[in-house]
Design a protein around this ligand. Structure first.
Ligand code: BGC
Length: 945
């Protein structure tokens, strides 16, 4: 007999967080909230009885300072975003917090952490000016519109060397009488920056401060540089590049969209051993020069000439007296609000070695990294001085294995160049201020024979913690899951973007569609909370309209005069609705009511805009048509008079895409706008009502609910026939109507039948676009067709999810046929996360992890035991801890292992015909192994005995 010799492990505290962050240095609020988890050890059914939080001022030198707040022992199971009453931190100060927790197993657990409060929250405490180094003004270039004529006219003619300027290298020398015991560098830029102190890089951030609505406020990065300073002379170096502020961005690929002069500002806050504090601020004496980087643009790429390096430029023994090289700066007052950066910065999050370097039949040298990603290549090379190596990036090859550019547009080059210094031992280079969307690199000019080990793909992304996993007996689904994670990683880069190569823009619709999946796969609380701040500020200028792209560069206003149909879409259903959907999803996933409170007014403004716009605009087909009083009243209620993106990229609307993509993509908008408008209007009204209830605004909740009901009645009368038909007969239209409760109960069976007919007519394939795809499988499942939902998921001919997996995709494609069966490549992105939203469905319906109460405080585990999988294993790292399930079928039943975090509960829900051991359907914390039996006879399929 085996004896369990392992001693039981006691519970312990884990993952202490302050406003979702681990030991943050500079929070943007003065009264943060605290979260923690209890790792249960080997015990089951552990619960938290009470907690106590004490906050102490943290003195420079890390000594514990006076007590700033003490909750006393609070009898409560709460452990997520817990407030400390009465605590209001001081701007710029540091704190420690100690946590004590008493559990039901009579344990007393202790742990602690640190946090700092940033500056510029309520006061205008920023004292430094902008430093504007000597520079050539960035040339505003790129098309001024979307039409082919505008694009043609905007095509740059000058060679890159004449139209791009080198990043500036700034030197700020200063003298310290004493070595400080506390030093904080707060720094930001109009442009992107990389700081150095005394010759070493500061921090591991990439492309700081990231992308945001720079004309409204700019985030300040805070670094602890206590150990980097010396008594005597010191030098702060800063490299400053165009970045999103002045470089080429967005679908127009136009430069200088926020400004055309690069600037940086910083404050060094120092505390001496005697406790005295002082500030070092930059002034005109900051010197700047050009360095080895000839240019660096996010889209175009970077060119680096190693012969022009300036050894020691950021150190104290460097001679900067040559005024022909090192020029003084101008200072300019800071007028835009500077606020603490919130959340995780962009970092190098992974490295992938090259898989192969091959020569193809047309003589190209291709480096393959095996994975589509966002990042850049670090290269090792040895050769003669002056040799230029060129790296051209792409996501795919053509059917013959040759380099092909699948990204159209002006300034979307994605080309890096490196000029060798000719060092005998070789040289290593990685660009600084650019990134690309790619899997392959076409290499030219490389001296000698390139070997895979000389090339590494450096993956960059906002450094978000992954929070989910999925594996199953069907490895294709595992790949689909992994592809979605890769697409999220590539596109959650400063802001949520559509794609990391062509537009790299914060398209609101893409995020609206993907928000539930995003919050399942990674901890996006701070990241999306920060971006929603930009959504709110960019909304202000538009009378409640949420722009289609956030951040919305002011230069995008040029589109107002653009003749194209696409540019007419200025307020879009399912795009602007991100302001109701995303806060709600964040609240659901993280249990943090602040997401609702912060966005409530913006939600109301958006819904009020929809209401006003509904009254003002009638569908074009009805303009001038006489309507009955009732009909006219209905149309005044319905938000149906605008052109939207509609069920964007629905497959059957895309015939002709290969020949003329720009025209093909407008078919779905034309066909579906009148219907998607009111459907999203009803959905946003529902979300506003639920939010209002939670915030105690019951009158608003009431009104919104009534209005939603009126919109639904009007919609049903106008658009749903007595036999449950809706025109146009597209799957997406039925899916949204059923998902958003637009169909009166009596007509749901008929509308479902119609949807099922449409799916069958498409040979059991999906025909859904952006807006409807998140709901397709749920609508079928919930309305009695789980088998058809499974069939759609398993299709591997296009359009389907597994087609792209079969074709070797490593990320999620923008279109369902981005690569055709014959290998021809569409002008489409290979890295658009929107259609990856199906993995959220896989987590809920196959693995069976379902969120019931905000923060997963209550969950359901509903495994798909009757489906095609024999085995599935998945987890979600919830705010309370890991919620995991593993199930495996055998001939007479299944074994289901469920882990529930402390503070959560899980209800087990099995399909009919499966029986749980009695009393095991409501599980508290710990790991539970459940033997479940089939009550309807043995499984006849070939599953393990
Ligand atoms: C983007 C999308 C975006 C769309 C608007 C495209 O060009 O890549 O993902 O949402 O435009 O429909």
């Amino acid at each position: 007999m085996l004896v369990n010799t392992q001693s039981p492990t006691p519970p312990r505290l884990d993952k202490l967080r302050v406003d979702h962050l681990k030991d943050p240095l500079a929070l943007p609020v003065r009264s943060p909230r605290f979260s923690w988890q209890i790792a249960p050890g080997t015990n089951r059914d552990t619960t938290q009885r009470s907690y106590r939080i004490r906050i102490h001022r943290r003195e420079p030198g890390d000594a514990a300072g006076p007590l700033a707040a003490d909750t006393g022992e609070v009898a409560s199971p709460d452990s997520v975003t817990v407030r400390v009453p009465g605590f209001v931190g001081q701007e710029g100060a540091d704190y420690t917090w100690t946590l004590e927790v008493w559990t039901s197993d009579a344990a007393r657990l202790t742990s602690g952490g640190t946090f700092g409060i940033g500056i510029g929250i309520e006061s205008t405490s920023w004292q430094a000016p902008w430093v504007e180094p000597e520079q050539d003004t960035v040339i505003a270039e790129g098309p001024l519109g979307l039409s082919p004529q505008a694009a043609e006219a905007g095509k740059p003619v000058l060679p890159l060397r004449d139209r791009l300027h080198p990043p500036r290298f700034l030197r700020h020398g200063f003298w310290l009488e004493k070595r400080p015991i506390r030093a904080r560098l707060r720094i930001t830029s109009q442009g992107v920056h990389q700081p150095f102190l005394n010759g070493s890089p500061v921090g591991d951030e990439v492309l700081a401060p990231g992308y945001e609505s720079y004309h409204r406020s700019i985030s300040v990065m805070t670094h602890d540089v206590t150990r980097m300073l010396a008594k005597g002379p010191n030098v702060l170096g800063v490299i400053l590049g165009d970045g999103w502020y002045a470089g080429r961005i967005s679908f127009l690929g136009r430069s200088a969209q926020y400004g055309d002069r690069l600037r940086a500002t910083w404050q060094l806050e120092l505390t001496d051993p005697d406790g005295r504090t002082h500030l070092i601020l930059p002034d005109e004496g900051v010197l700047s020069s050009r360095g080895p980087i000839d240019w660096s643009d996010l889209f175009i790429g970077e060119r680096y000439d190693a012969n022009a390096e300036i050894p020691g430029w950021d150190t104290t023994d460097f001679d900067d007296t040559d005024r022909t090289l090192w020029k003084p700066s101008r200072t300019v007052p800071v007028t835009v609000p500077l606020t603490p950066f919130v959340g995780e910065p962009i970092r190098r999050v992974a490295e992938l070695p090259a898989r192969h370097v091959t020569s193809n039949s047309v003589g190209e040298t291709i480096v393959d990294f095996g994975q589509v990603l966002a990042g850049r290549v670090r290269m090792r090379v040895r050769g003669e001085a002056g040799t230029t190596v060129r790296l051209e990036h792409t996501e795919t090859l053509d059917s013959a294995g040759s380099f092909v550019n699948n990204i159209h547009g002006v300034n979307k080059d994605q080309v890096d160049e490196y000029v060798l210094a000719g060092r005998p031992d070789g040289e290593t280079w990685e660009p600084l201020f650019t990134f690309h969307g790619f899997r392959y690199v076409r290499l030219s000019g490389y001296p000698g024979t390139p070997r895979p080990e000389d090339f590494t793909a450096v993956v960059i992304s906002s450094d978000l913690e992954p929070t989910a996993a999925f594996t199953s007996s069907d490895h294709r689904l595992d790949r689909l899951f992994a592809n979605t994670v890769w697409s999220q990683r590539a596109n959650f880069l400063a802001v949520p973007t559509d794609c990391p190569q062509r537009e790299r823009a914060g398209w609101t619709g893409d995020l609206q569609i993907f928000a539930p999946t995003a919050a399942t796969l990674m901890d996006v609380a701070s990241f999306l909370g920060r971006w929603l701040g930009n959504v709110r500020t960019d909304q202000r200028d538009h009378g409640g309209i949420v722009p289609n792209i956030v951040p919305e560069p002011p230069a995008l206003a040029v589109l107002e005069d653009d003749g194209s149909e696409f540019a007419q879409i200025t307020a879009a259903a399912g795009w602007g609705d991100v302001i109701t959907v995303a806060p709600w999803e964040l609240y659901r996933h993280y249990g943090d009511i602040r997401f609702l409170a912060e966005n409530f007014q913006a939600m109301r403004d958006w819904v009020n805009f929809q209401t006003r716009d509904a009254a003002a605009l009638q569908p074009e087909r009805l303009r001038g048509v006489h309507l009955s009083g009732e009909q006219a009243a209905r149309h005044e209620l319905l938000w149906n008079g605008r052109l939207h993106f509609g069920d964007w990229l629905a497959p059957s609307t895309l015939a002709g895409y290969l020949e003329n993509p720009a025209d093909a993509v407008m078919i779905a908008p034309r066909l579906t706008s009148e219907l998607v408008g009111p459907m999203f209007q009803a959905r946003s009204l529902d979300l506003l009502a639920s939010t209002a209830d939670i915030l105690g605004e019951h009158a608003i909740a009431h009104r919104s609910r009534d209005q939603a009901a009126a919109v639904r009645d009007a919609f049903a009368s106008e658009y749903i026939s007595p036999d449950g038909r809706i025109s146009p007969a597209l799957q997406g239209v039925y899916v949204l109507a059923l998902a958003f409760d637009m169909v009166p109960a009596s007509l749901v069976p008929a509308a479902t039948d119609r949807l099922v007919e449409l799916v069958h007519a498409a040979d059991d394939h999906l025909d859904t676009g952006f807006l409807s795809v998140p709901y397709l499988l749920d609508v079928l499942w919930e309305n009695g067709h789980p088998e058809l939902a499974r069939t759609l998921l398993l299709q591997d001919t296009p359009p389907s999810w597994l087609y792209e997996v079969k074709m070797g995709a490593t990320t999620i494609w923008e279109t369902w046929r981005a690569i055709h069966e014959d290998g021809s490549v569409e002008m489409a992105s290979m890295n658009h996360y929107a259609f990856g939203c199906v993995v959220d469905w896989m987590m809920r319906r196959l693995a069976g992890i379902q969120l019931i109460e905000p923060g997963y405080r209550a969950a359901a585990i509903a495994p798909d035991l009757d489906g095609f999988l024999d085995r599935c294993e998945a987890h979600v790292d919830t705010p309370y801890g890991r919620l995991a399930t593993h199930w495996e079928r055998h001939r007479h039943g299944a074994v289901l292992t469920i882990t529930v975090p402390v503070g959560g509960r899980a209800r087990v829900v099995l399909p009919p015909g499966w029986a749980l051991p009695s009393g095991r359907d409501d599980l508290a914390s710990g790991t539970h192994v459940l033997e479940i039996a089939r009550s309807h006879g043995p499984d006849t399929r070939s599953v393990p005995a």
